[in-house]
Design a binder for this molecule. Structure first.
Ligand code: HEM
Length: 334
């Protein structure tokens, strides 16, 4: 029996076109009823964190699961959705928007609970469409995260060994880290096999946009104290912690970024250690990890081009300053 839920099916057709009076007002401290109204599923451990998904579907999609055009009032979330959503988000200490955590990290279950953690055995809990491409898009992300686990484990072992000056363990861990990072890339490389760039551009990415300014943000009806409109980016791989953790361990800084965080690291990072050893084996193993991270970003940039830039109407392509990324942030490298 499947507990999956198609969130496209709870869109405006249900809410806008029927009498809003018929919808019960759900108490935020009862997230289980929040689930029920969407006739979703019977078991999902992290259900409250999924609270942004129905709201995103409501605002972004029309009854045919196509992008809902931005018309006056189309950015208003009715009180029946807004109140429980804001209550749940506040309770979790999270912003009221669908995050990468909700969309990817906790949005899967095992078809065979005793089976392996492999793509074939994964199934989304929530989805916006009955599209295999959407399922594949999410599964590839989940598999990248699974692959990242080995790299992160190796990174922590290497950092610990560096602290205690155990060069042999640093070397083997750096090698394991490189294998792990390469594995992330291999998993990401499977995207093209099941997710068509055209289908990604329209409609898959539509509910990933959050509440951007250019769409008028979102108005949470019946929730006093919320900014009107509320503006926020949406779900994006940017929100993963795995890649930044690997960056930090390796001492890879970003122009806009994490130098301060890395400087705060107790005992420095693997770059500092590798250089201090003057050991060519360790330095080469460290450099191979940095190369692998560079390879990941190069491959990722190619996806951004194929799945976003090249899918844009030609008028937009000719103005590369304008395009927005998946979560409506600035597009990488544009
Ligand atoms: C079709 C495939 C993909 C597309 C079109 C895509 C698109 C984007 C875009 C446009 C951004 C820029 C910021 C934003 O819009 O939020 C971004 C950032 C990011 N994405 Fe993806 N992405 C894809 C697949 C993946 C996968 C499989 C991962 C693996 C976890 C991933 C991880 C990241 C990370 C870590 C960032 C932050 C930037 C960085 O650290 O380099 N993305 N992505």
């Amino acid at each position: 029996m499947s507990h999956c839920c198609n969130l496209g099916g709870i869109d405006r057709a249900l809410y806008k076109r029927s009498s809003e009076d018929e919808l019960p007002l759900i108490r935020p401290d009862e997230p289980s009823t929040y689930q029920c109204i969407f006739t979703c599923f019977k078991s999902a451990a992290h259900a409250p964190q999924h609270a942004g998904m129905p709201s995103e579907g409501y605002i972004r999609l029309d009854k045919d699961h196509q992008a809902s055009p931005a018309t006056p009032g189309s950015n208003v979330l009715p009180v029946e959705l807004a109140q429980p959503f804001i209550g749940i988000a506040a309770g979790l200490g999270m912003p009221p928007v669908m995050t990468y955590t909700a969309y990817v990290l906790i949005n899967y279950m095992l078809k065979d609970p005793r089976g392996p953690l492999t793509r074939e055995n994964l199934q989304s809990i929530f989805r916006f469409y009955e599209l295999p491409d959407e399922e594949h898009f999410r599964q590839v992300h989940v598999c990248c995260e699974i692959a990242a686990a080995a790299a992160i484990r190796a990174a922590f072992t290497a950092l610990e060994a560096a602290r205690s000056g155990d060069r042999a363990v640093v070397l083997t861990s750096l090698k394991a880290m490189q294998v792990g990072i390469t594995e992330i890339m291999v998993e990401m490389g499977k995207m093209r096999k099941g997710c068509d760039p055209k289908v990604f551009f329209q409609p898959i990415r539509i509910p990933l946009g959050g509440w951007p300014e250019r769409m008028g943000g979102v108005i949470f009806k019946g929730v006093p104290g919320m900014p009107e409109p509320y503006i926020s980016g949406g779900a994006s791989g940017t929100q993963t912690t795995t890649i930044p953790v690997l960056d930090a361990a390796l001492g890879i800084g970003h122009v806009d970024g994490n130098a301060e965080f890395m400087a705060d690291q107790d005992g420095g990072n693997l770059q500092t250690f590798a250089m201090s050893t003057k050991d060519s084996h360790i330095i080469n193993a460290y450099a191979a990890c940095v190369d692998a991270m560079h390879g990941f970003r190069k491959a990722h940039q190619a996806f951004v081009s194929t799945y976003i830039l090249r899918q844009m109407p030609s008028a937009e392509q000719s103005q590369p300053a304008a395009p927005q990324g998946t979560g409506d942030r600035a597009l990488l490298g544009s």
